[in-house]
Design a protein around this ligand. Structure first.
Ligand SMILES: *[C@@H]1O[C@H](CO)[C@@H](O)[C@H](O)[C@H]1NC(C)=O
Ligand SMILES: *[C@@H]1O[C@H](CO)[C@@H](O)[C@H](O)[C@H]1NC(C)=O
Length: 736
C-alpha cells in the first residue's frame, strides 16, 4: 500500500513481447559473432595487399556497426508507457493546482511569421486550466514591432476566443488549426451556435488579415501605434542586435479589469525582447530562456514552467493537467524535474519522404530512454520544475509544496512599476560573474543546449518522465526540403557530438550519477557523426572493389554467407516491423532507409568535420548552408513526395557521387556474374553485387533527379558534373 493510501496520479506500464525481442536479439548476436569469426579467420595474406586493406577496413566498419547496434539495443531494452489519471487530480487538487509559466520563444519575424506565433500563444492561453494560474511569456529575439503588434492583436482576440473555447470545448485551441479542420464547422447544427461560430471565425480572419497586411507593409501604422504605449519603445531601437530591453505586460492577470467577454479572468501575457549589445554574446535560445526564467520569477514566479517553440501549438488543452499528474503525485512527484512531451509534426507528407516525423525516436526510443532512467529534454513541449532549473540538486531542493503555490508578487506594484523593475533582469550584463548558463538555467556553449541541460539536471539526481499519449500535446512544422532536413540533422549531430567531447560527456559526467543504461542511451545520439565513416566505407568500397575484381564476402553457397544474410535481413525486417507497429507504412520505411543513408553520408560527415575544423580554429561557417524559404512550387513537390534538390550543395555532391559509384560497381558486378565461369551461388562477387544493387535501388530518386526530371527541383547540372569528376577520379584510383 502506498504510504498515504492515495491512488497514484499516474501509472507506468512495461512493454509487452519482451521474450520474442530477447530471442531475436540473441540470434542476431550469434550472427554478429559469426561474422567476426569469419572476418578474423580469413584475412587475406600480405601478398594480396589491396584486398587485405579493403578487408580490414570492412571489418572495422562491421565492428563499429556492431557496437552501435548494441547501443540501440540498450535503448530498446525496457520501454515504458505512462498513463495519467486526470480525474483523480481534479478530485484531490482542483482548488490548489499550482500556477504555470509558459515560455514561447521566437527569433525571426520572417522565418517565423507573427500570425503563426499568435496561434501558438492563443492555443496555450486557452489551456483548460484556471486562467488566473497561467502566465504566457513571449521572448522575441527578433525584437520586431510586427511581432509585438501581433501580440497586441492576440490580447484583444483572446477576450473572445477563450470564452468560446470554454463554452464549446473547442479542440485544438489554435484558431488557425481549428478553423482549418473541415469537420469543426457546425457545432451540432444549432442556429445560435452556428452564428457564434461564424462570427468568431470572422473575428479571427479579420485579425489574421490585419496582422498579415501589417507584416507585408513592414511597419506599424501611426493609427495602431497610438493604441498601446509599447510601440513607442521601438523609437529607440536601432537594430535587432542593438537595443534596450523591451518588456511589456500586455495582460496583467492580477488586474481586476483584465477579464474576457464573460467577465472571467485572463491569463497574464508578457512580451519580452531582452537587451542586445553588439559586444555581448547572447547565447541564442538558451540565453532567451534564461532571461525569461529571471523575468518571470519577478512577475509570476510559478513553480512549473512550460517551454514551447513558437511553431508548436497546443493540440490538447488538457496537457497541463497531464503534466500535473506527474508533478503532484504523492509518491514520486517530488523528484521529477521535467515532463517531456513528444515533438509531433504537421505537414508531414503522406509517406514521410524525408523521415522528418522522427517517428521511431518519438514512439520507440524516447520511451526506452524513459525506461532507462528518464528521457532527454528536447527543447520544446517540456514542463519543468522551476527549482530544478535553478541548479539545485534533487536532494537539496526544498521540495516546495507545489499545491496552492500561486503567484506571490508584491501587490502594491502596478504593472508599469513591475515592468521597470524587471527590465534589469533581461539586460546583457546581468549574467556577468554569475552561474547563469553554467550551473543555473539552461546551459550555454552548445548547439543543442536542451539535451545538455537535461543531462546536467539528471546528473543532479532528478528524474524525468516522457509522456507520449495517442493524442499528441503539441504540433509543429517539420522541414519540407531535403536540404533543410539534412542541415537540421547536421546541427543536432554536431551538438550531440560536442557534448560527447566536452566535460559533460555522458560517460564520465554521468558516472555514478545516472544509470549506466541511461549513459549509453545518450551515446546513441552523441556518436551519430562517427557513423559516417563506417557508412561511407560500406557504401563505397565494396562497389569500388567490384570494379577491380576484389571479393570481400563469402560465396552464396558458403555457410559463412548465412550470418551476413541473417544479420542484414533480420535487422531490416526488425526496423520495418518497428515502424509499422507505430503507425508507419511500407513506403515510409523505404524512405526512412534512404534518409538513413543520406543522413549518415552527409549530415553526420559534415557535422564531424565542422566540429574538427572548429577545434582547429577555423571558422564554424565553413560548411554552413542556409535554408531557403519554401515557395508554393517546392511545397507542391513536397506533397507529391518528389525529392527536392534544386540547389548546389556539397551534401548533394556526396550523395550523387556515392550514387554514381554504386551504379558503376553494380554494372561491373553484373558483368562479372554473367561472364564468370561459376554459377551465381558459387560466384565470389554475388553478395557484393547484391549490396551495390540495393544501394542503387535506394538511390533511384537521385538518378531520376539527374536524368529524367525537368522541374526546378531536379539535380543542378553543376552538381552532376562535379560528381562525375569525383566518381571518375575514385574509379581510376581503384583500377590502377
Ligand atoms: C502545412 O500544411 C497546410 C495544409 O496541409 C498548409 O496550408 C500550410 O501552409 C503548411 N504549413 C507550412 C509551414 O508548410
Ligand atoms: C490533435 O487533436 C485532435 C483533436 O482536436 C485529434 O483528433 C488529433 O488526433 C490530434 N493530433 C495528433 C497528431 O495527435
Amino acid at each position: 500500500m502506498r504510504k498515504n493510501d492515495y491512488l497514484p496520479l499516474f501509472e507506468t506500464k512495461l512493454a509487452k513481447g519482451r521474450t520474442l525481442f530477447l530471442l531475436f536479439v540473441t540470434t542476431i548476436f550469434f550472427g554478429i559473432f559469426s561474422i567476426v569469426v569469419y572476418r578474423t579467420s580469413y584475412i587475406p595474406s600480405k601478398e594480396e595487399g589491396s584486398r587485405r586493406f579493403a578487408w580490414i577496413g570492412l571489418f572495422l566498419a562491421e565492428l563499429w556497426f556492431s557496437l552501435y547496434w548494441f547501443i540501440t539495443l540498450v535503448i530498446r531494452w525496457n520501454p515504458v508507457y505512462r498513463y495519467t489519471f486526470k480525474d483523480r487530480l481534479s478530485l484531490r487538487y482542483e482548488e490548489v493546482l499550482p500556477s504555470v509559466d509558459i515560455f514561447v520563444c521566437t527569433a525571426d519575424p520572417t522565418a517565423e511569421p507573427p500570425s503563426m506565433v499568435v496561434n501558438t500563444v492563443l492555443s496555450v492561453m486557452a489551456y483548460d486550466y484556471p486562467p488566473e494560474k497561467l502566465s504566457v511569456y513571449l521572448s522575441d529575439d527578433g525584437c520586431s514591432d510586427l511581432t509585438f503588434y501581433a501580440m497586441f492583436e492576440a490580447l484583444r482576440f483572446s477576450k473572445e476566443w477563450l470564452p468560446f473555447c470554454r463554452k464549446f470545448g473547442v479542440e485544438p485551441r489554435s484558431p488557425e488549426a481549428y478553423f482549418q479542420r473541415a469537420n469543426s464547422q457546425p457545432l451540432g447544427g444549432d442556429a445560435a451556435k452556428a452564428n457564434e461560430w461564424t462570427s468568431i471565425k470572422k473575428l479571427y480572419e479579420d485579425m489574421k488579415t490585419r496582422i498579415e497586411s501589417t507584416n507585408k507593409a513592414g511597419q506599424i501604422s501611426e493609427e495602431i501605434r497610438k493604441q498601446h504605449k509599447g510601440f513607442r519603445e521601438w523609437d529607440s531601437v536601432s537594430s535587432r542586435r542593438d537595443h534596450q530591453t523591451i518588456l511589456q505586460i500586455l495582460i496583467d492577470g492580477r488586474d481586476p479589469k483584465a477579464v474576457d467577454s464573460e467577465g472571467k479572468p485572463l491569463p497574464t501575457l508578457v512580451y519580452l525582447a531582452r537587451e542586445k549589445k553588439p559586444h555581448f554574446h547572447h547565447n541564442f535560445k538558451a540565453g532567451a530562456m534564461n532571461a525569461l526564467i529571471r523575468v518571470s520569477s519577478r512577475i509570476s514566479n510559478s513553480p512549473i514552467i512550460l517551454n514551447v517553440d513558437c511553431d508548436m501549438y497546443s493540440n490538447n488543452s488538457e496537457a497541463v493537467r497531464d503534466a500535473m499528474c506527474f508533478f503532484l503525485d504523492e509518491e514520486n512527484g517530488h523528484e521529477i524535474a521535467f515532463v517531456q512531451f513528444p515533438q509531433k509534426f504537421e505537414n508531414i507528407s503522406k509517406n514521410d519522404i524525408y523521415g522528418s516525423s522522427l517517428r521511431v525516436i518519438m514512439e520507440v526510443e524516447l520511451r526506452g530512454i524513459d525506461g532507462n532512467g528518464g528521457p532527454c529534454y528536447i527543447g520544446t513541449g517540456c514542463f519543468h520544475r522551476r527549482e530544478s532549473l535553478s541548479g539545485k540538486k534533487c536532494i537539496e531542493a526544498t521540495k516546495v509544496d507545489l499545491k496552492n503555490k500561486n503567484r506571490y508578487r508584491k501587490t502594491e506594484e502596478n504593472a508599469d512599476v513591475l515592468e521597470e523593475t524587471s527590465k534589469a533582469l533581461a539586460s546583457c550584463d546581468y549574467e556577468e560573474n554569475t552561474h547563469w548558463g553554467k550551473e543555473m538555467g539552461l546551459m550555454y556553449g552548445c548547439v543543442v543546449e536542451d539535451i545538455l541541460t537535461g543531462l546536467v539536471i539528471q546528473c543532479r539526481g532528478w528524474r524525468s518522465v516522457y509522456f507520449c499519449p495517442e493524442r499528441k500535446g503539441f504540433l509543429g512544422a517539420a522541414p519540407t526540403t531535403l536540404l533543410q532536413t539534412l542541415v537540421q540533422q547536421k546541427r543536432w549531430t554536431k551538438g550531440d557530438f560536442q557534448i560527447f567531447l566536452s566535460r559533460y560527456c555522458p560517460l564520465w559526467h554521468g558516472y555514478n550519477k545516472i544509470p549506466l543504461r541511461l549513459q549509453l542511451s545518450y551515446l546513441a545520439y552523441s556518436l551519430w557523426p562517427v557513423n559516417c565513416f563506417a557508412s561511407l566505407y560500406y557504401a563505397i568500397v565494396p562497389s569500388l572493389c567490384l570494379l577491380q575484381g576484389i571479393s570481400l564476402f563469402p560465396q552464396m553457397s558458403n555457410l559463412w554467407a548465412v550470418p551476413f544474410f541473417y544479420v542484414f535481413v533480420g535487422n531490416r525486417v526488425y526496423s520495418l516491423v518497428e515502424l509499422l507497429s507505430c503507425g508507419g507504412t511500407l513506403q515510409e520505411w523505404l524512405n526512412d532507409q534512404r534518409m538513413w543513408l543520406f543522413k549518415r553520408t552527409t549530415s553526420y560527415f559534415f557535422a564531424f568535420f565542422d566540429y574538427i575544423l572548429k577545434l582547429l580554429g577555423f571558422t564554424e561557417s565553413a560548411f554552413t548552408l542556409t535554408s531557403k524559404v519554401v515557395d508554393d512550387d517546392v511545397y507542391k513537390r513536397y506533397e507529391q513526395e518528389i525529392i527536392e534538390f534544386g540547389t548546389t550543395s556539397p551534401m548533394f555532391t556526396i550523395l550523387t557521387t556515392v550514387a554514381f559509384l554504386n551504379v558503376f560497381g553494380f554494372c561491373w558486378g553484373v558483368k562479372r556474374l554473367i561472364l564468370g565461369e561459376q554459377s551465381l551461388v558459387l560466384n565470389p562477387f554475388a553478395l557484393q553485387a547484391i549490396l551495390s544493387g540495393l544501394l542503387v535501388f535506394i538511390n533511384l530518386p537521385i538518378y531520376q533527379a539527374i536524368f529524367l526530371r525537368k522541374d526546378k527541383g531536379r539535380m543542378p547540372a553543376s552538381v552532376t558534373y562535379q560528381s562525375i569528376m569525383f566518381t571518375l577520379a575514385a574509379c581510376s584510383v581503384a583500377l590502377y
